[in-house]
Ligand binder design. Structure first.
Ligand code: SF4
Ligand code: SF4
Length: 357
């Protein structure tokens, strides 16, 4: 008897073409050149003679349905019914004639959103919203973004930086975080505190042992119950054991700090990729406005703005002046925490972006 096979369930991203502006769809891959007439606006010219005007505006990243409806209504009324979200939570509206641009900008600004974020500006920070749904956050990354962008709003609206500046934040130490010109990441500074009464009930001990990147966790019997123990000399306080085993409590109001890394960049036509480097450690994780982090980030940005040559990205600027000059010019202290003294440093000091075996 022939069996009826179940048809596969396709999940993942839907086909993006159905959401594209028809002019964009018609000219896909057939663009001639583009221009940047003013901050927040781009115009692309196609070989066919058609053009697309893009207006970019910032959002607060975590959107309630009222805000989403407001943004979509603007799209319906002023932007031919199309709206895109970028990876950095900006919204892009596209229209096919220049006449539609100013009424669109007026509507965006009247609704309280800010137009900008193109070319050599500071675009919205990308961040993770683990505070809402993930299992390992130690800070509210979206809060850091909001308080920092409130202070950098003029740099979003204007194009005054040497080149574009991408920033990111992460709410834990190990996963998202990204590669950015400036990254603000959580930094745990003490090994996990273990609730031995819960480990036997909650945790798959072999998977927790396997999760540790430096083999610091061993199975142990504590008070007659199966539990785990941590070799604190080996532990690098990464927090990777916490997701599979919540009794390995690593988050701590006092000891979970923030760290600032700079100079990460993907490879492009002109240069190879670069790693981020730690420039500030142990910065207080201080909600609701995180003033200490913002002060350091602004110090780095101001130095970059005044010292870098036109079109130098942050990593290019640091490479030209050198790290000693970076610390001198920004006034950030160079401390023992900038030196990798971990026992596995023989490998990590050897780090490069080249694959080797
Ligand atoms: S940064 Fe960490 S806590 Fe935040 S969403 Fe990513 S994995 Fe989750
Ligand atoms: S925090 Fe990281 S290094 Fe320390 S025990 Fe847990 S997984 Fe291992």
């Amino acid at each position: 008897m022939a069996l009826d096979m179940r048809s596969p369930i396709e999940s993942g991203c839907p086909d993006g073409f159905q959401y594209m502006h028809p002019t964009m769809r018609r000219n896909y891959g057939l663009w001639k050149y583009h221009e940047h007439p003013r901050p927040g606006v781009l115009v692309h010219y196609a070989h066919s003679g058609e053009e697309i005007w893009t207006v970019k505006c910032a959002t607060q990243r975590i959107l309630d349905s009222f805000t989403l409806r407001t943004l979509c209504d603007i799209g319906d009324k002023y932007a031919d019914g199309y709206i895109h979200f970028t990876i950095r939570s900006n919204v892009e509206y596209v229209v096919d004639t220049e006449e539609k641009v100013q009424p669109l900008i007026d509507a965006i600004e009247a609704a309280g959103f800010i137009v900008g974020g193109t070319a050599n500006s500071i675009t919205t920070l990308s961040h993770t919203q683990g505070w809402l749904h993930c299992d390992i956050p130690a800070t509210d990354a979206s809060g850091v973004v909001k308080s920092m962008m409130d202070e950098l709003i003029d740099e979003f609206k204007e194009c005054n930086m040497p080149n574009r500046v991408h920033m990111s934040t992460s709410c834990c130490q190990i996963n998202c975080g990204g590669s950015s010109d400036i990254a603000i990441n959580i930094q745990h500074t003490k090994p996990p505190r273990i609730d031995h009464t819960q480990v036997g009930n909650v945790c798959e001990r072999p998977s927790v042992v396997a999760r540790c990147p430096v083999a610091a966790i061993r199975p142990a019997m504590v008070d007659g119950k199966p539990s785990l123990e941590v070799d604190e000399k080996k532990c690098i306080c990464c927090g990777a054991c916490f997701p599979p085993c919540p009794p390995m409590q690593i988050n701590d109001a006092e000891h979970s700090k923030l760290a600032i890394w700079v100079g990460g960049n993907h490879s492009n036509a002109r240069g190879k990729p670069t790693f981020q480097r730690l420039v500030a450690a142990g910065v207080p994780n201080n909600p609701p406005r995180w003033p200490e982090v913002t002060a350091i980030v602004k110090k780095i940005l101001n130095t970059y703005k005044t010292d870098a040559k036109d079109w130098e990205r942050m990593n290019d600027w640091i490479e030209r002046i050198g790290w000693p000059q970076f610390f001198e010019k920004t006034g950030l202290p160079f401390t023992k925490y900038h030196i990798d003294n971990w026992r596995g440093a023989r490998n990590s000091l050897n780090a490069s972006t080249h694959i080797r075996f």
